[in-house]
Design a protein around this ligand. Structure first.
Ligand code: CAA
Length: 260
């Protein structure tokens, strides 16, 4: 499939999606959200792809937010629709993907951009990255899950302050907040992220999918995370990866996981 707003590269077992609207600082308009959805959906089905990295094109921005020019004349119903559709197609979709998605934050991650990074399974930032949820400066609140995921990641008090002040935080502060896992120089960001992705790619994909489901269960209403873990743990015993992993351990060799 041909995409206009994103680029996709594959390297070993890793797929790298680059949001490519540099003139708008990679702002997320409707077509970009739809393209990201269909690319992620296709990559989820590709057995050889084990890890997905999301990043932004250029040196300035990961994603500077939802595309403000697209919704500046919206009414209440259109606004609610924008948030609901976006959450369903992209943000919840990423969180629940059974393949790891890592956000490589290469510059500004603001509003919907930080929300995209937060919906990813974890985040790595370059030293120049700036993160924030500036929606209240537009008379809005975050609409792509930011009011929920930011407090989950950094705690309620810090999230309240970031959302109310609309101020951006530096990569180093994001690291101390636990919003990102690592901070590296921009020139090393992709290689550093790929290195972590490669480690993940060599492990059991079936087990990783179940680990994602179990961890996410803690953030879903009406689901007991411990019960979900027991169910997913049990299911692992039915996989070829389990047989391979335990046999390789006993035979003192490296496991070759097929992801089945
Ligand atoms: N939407 C649309 N266009 C955007 C954009 C956005 N979120 N962010 C930047 N752009 C565009 C600018 O309009 C500008 O385009 P033109 O050259 O055609 O004027 C171009 O990208 C470059 O931006 P700037 O000239 O503003 O660059 P700068 O270096 O002076 O500032 C910035 C960089 C601080 C990131 C600034 O662009 C900015 O504040 N952007 C908006 C950030 C924002 O408010 N994001 C939240 C959006 S709302 C949201 O995301 C809602 C939600 O949760 C669903």
């Amino acid at each position: 499939m041909n995409y206009e707003n994103i680029l996709i590269e594959k390297e070993n077992k890793i797929a790298i999606i680059t949001i490519n609207r540099p003139k708008s600082l990679n702002a997320l308009n409707k077509p970009t959200i739809e393209e990201l959805h269909s690319a992620l959906k296709a990559l989820e089905l590709e057995k050889e792809v084990r890890v997905i990295i999301l990043t932004g094109s250029g040196e300035k921005a990961f994603v500077a937010g939802a595309d403000i020019k697209e919704f500046s004349d919206f009414n209440m119903s259109e606004g609610s629709q924008l948030a609901a559709k976006g959450q369903e197609l992209l943000f919840d979709f990423i969180q629940n993907l059974n393949k790891p998605v890592i956000a490589a934050i290469n510059g500004f991650a603001l509003g919907g951009g930080l929300e995209l990074a937060m919906a990813s399974h974890f985040r790595i930032a370059s030293t120049n990255a700036k993160m924030g949820l500036p929606e209240v400066t537009l008379g809005l609140i975050p609409g792509y899950g930011g009011t929920q995921r930011l407090p989950q990641l950094i705690g309620k008090g810090r999230a309240m302050e970031m959302i109310m002040t609309a101020e951006m935080i530096t990569a180093d502060k994001a690291l101390t907040y636990g919003l990102v896992n690592h901070v590296v120089d921009q020139t090393e960001l992709l290689d550093f992220t790929k290195n972590i992705a490669n480690k993940i790619a060599n492990n059991s994909a079936t087990a990783i999918g179940r680990a994602i489901k179990s961890i996410n269960a803690n953030y879903r209403d009406g689901i007991n995370g411990f019960h979900e873990e027991i169910k997913n743990f049990g299911e692992c015993f039915e996989t070829e990866d389990f047989t391979e992993g335990t046999t390789a351990f006993i035979e003192k060799r490296k496991a070759e996981f097929k992801g089945t």
